[in-house]
Design a protein around this ligand. Structure first.
Ligand code: SF4
Ligand code: SF4
Length: 440
């Protein structure tokens, strides 16, 4: 098949500030941190190689081809290169614009791909009611035993191979979503601050209890919590997958749900969302109605552990979690937001918890958004490496702060260890403290 090339003028890459394209000084310091470069040792699979291709396209020396599209979808978007880069290259912006350009030019077009992208990005993750309806159906399918029956019947053999391989790792959908577990307004005994709570999309369906735990921890630290209903996706999924136009719509939608002036912070507990939510000012810089508001928004978004440490959270008492715990750093928390110390501070504050450091804690686990669906082989390799590192720690519990990493690690490690969000462990410690006080 011939390699399709761009025939349309550049839209997203043309929109990119040229100073961002020029930032790379070709030093190569990012190469040893890049999982795809380490896998192939090819320059084109490295951050430096990808940036060179993007610059050539922006300069008009190269066209957007299928090959370029495949290259940019081979990149995990793990952002390890941004941490390693001494020049401060804004790789997230380059990556998002490059993927958006690839979709705009249609170089990866197939009817099936177009349909799945429309269904997921423009329907399911664009309409909260549809996401919830599908969540309810999935919950019924899993909880009623229908799922087990289908697995036994061999019907899954009818699915395409990649879907068949993925089916066993489908996340368990919760019976109750966040709006059923969290009231719109929850007030602490003594109010010190007022925060907005982001419930997410995947997090809302598959980890609604983490959202509840987050609210409990905030209340225990004097934060009044406002949780708007039907929030839906913040658009991070869209931005990372080349749909910047829909990402803009999602960003405005979520911003409209919060009264920014009345809030001290807006809290997220999902690393992938947080890393996107903190850059709305970039996404909306050309929008006359939202540009200023987005700057205020960015300044108020906080990851939960970042917020807790900044307000001097209360350390629980007693001896609640007597377990060896290791901490996996979600890429979009450590590389995307520069948050490494705070989750460890939260974990170390829990009495009885024995925190053991994880070798290569900042290395990607292979989840990387939908990478484990689009690049299953490379994702499986990274998952295997991560699990081997976890096993060497002897920990029986892995703490991590992103739903994708949570699922990827849990699927890889099986019953050998539990996976929990650091804030859930802190919530557990507060609950244990309360119950020991009431017993006395
Ligand atoms: S985001 Fe990750 S995979 Fe992509 S270039 Fe950077 S380090 Fe490599
Ligand atoms: S470390 Fe930064 S400046 Fe150096 S090659 Fe990589 S992206 Fe370019």
């Amino acid at each position: 098949m011939s390699d399709p090339v761009t025939t349309r003028p550049l839209k997203h890459m043309g929109d990119l500030d040229y100073s961002v394209v020029q930032q790379c000084m070709h030093c190569g310091m990012c190469l040893p941190s890049c999982p795809t470069y380490l896998e192939t040792r090819q320059e084109r699979n490295s951050p430096r190689g990808r940036i060179a291709l993007m610059r050539a396209i922006a300069d008009g020396d190269l066209e957007v081809t299928r090959e370029f599209g495949e290259e940019m979808y081979y990149c995990l978007g793990c952002l390890a290169c941004t941490t390693a880069c001494p020049a401060g290259v804004d790789y997230p912006q380059l990556f998002e614009h490059a993927r958006a350009e690839i979709e705009h030019q249609g170089v990866l077009f197939t009817p099936g791909r177009r349909f799945w992208r429309w269904l997921t990005l423009r329907q399911i993750f664009a309409k909260p009611w549809m996401l919830h309806a599908i969540g309810r159906m999935l919950w019924f399918y899993q909880a009623s035993g229908l799922c087990a029956l289908v697995r036994k019947s061999g019907l899954l053999r009818l699915l395409p191979e990649y879907l068949r391989n993925l089916e066993p790792s489908t996340p368990a959908v919760r019976r109750h979503f966040s709006a059923e577990l969290i009231a719109e307004l929850e007030s602490p005994n003594f109010r010190k601050s007022r925060v907005g709570m982001l419930t997410g999309c995947v997090q809302d369906l598959t980890f609604s209890e983490v959202n509840r735990d987050t609210v409990e921890v905030l209340l225990a630290n004097g934060c009044e919590v406002i949780t708007p209903r039907d929030q839906g996706c913040c658009g991070s999924l869209h931005a990372h997958n080349g749909d910047l136009d829909q990402a803009v719509i999602q960003a405005k939608r979520i911003m409209d749900q919060f009264d920014l002036d009345s809030l001290d912070a807006i809290i997220t507990n999902a690393a992938g969302c947080g890393s996107h939510l903190k850059h709305f000012s970039n996404l909306l810089k050309h929008d006359p109605d939202y540009a200023d508001k987005a700057v205020i928004w960015d300044g108020k978004v906080r990851d939960i552990s970042e917020w807790l440490v900044s307000i001097g959270f209360r350390k629980p008492e007693g001896n609640s979690i007597s377990q060896k715990v290791t901490y996996h750093e979600a890429c979009h928390l450590c590389h995307g937001q520069g948050i490494s110390r705070q989750p460890r501070e939260v974990l170390r504050a829990i009495p009885g918890l024995d925190l053991v450091e994880l070798e290569n804690a900042t290395h990607c686990c292979g989840s990387a958004g939908v990478y484990n669906i689009t690049q299953p082989e490379q994702a499986a390799k990274l998952q295997k490496e991560k699990i081997a590192c976890i096993q060497r720690t002897g920990a029986t519990l892995v703490a991590t702060a992103n739903p994708g990493c949570h699922l990827q690690i849990q699927n890889g490690i099986g019953s050998m260890a539990e996976v929990k969000h650091p804030v859930s462990l802190l919530a557990e410690a507060y609950r244990a403290e309360r119950s020991s006080v009431s017993v006395e």
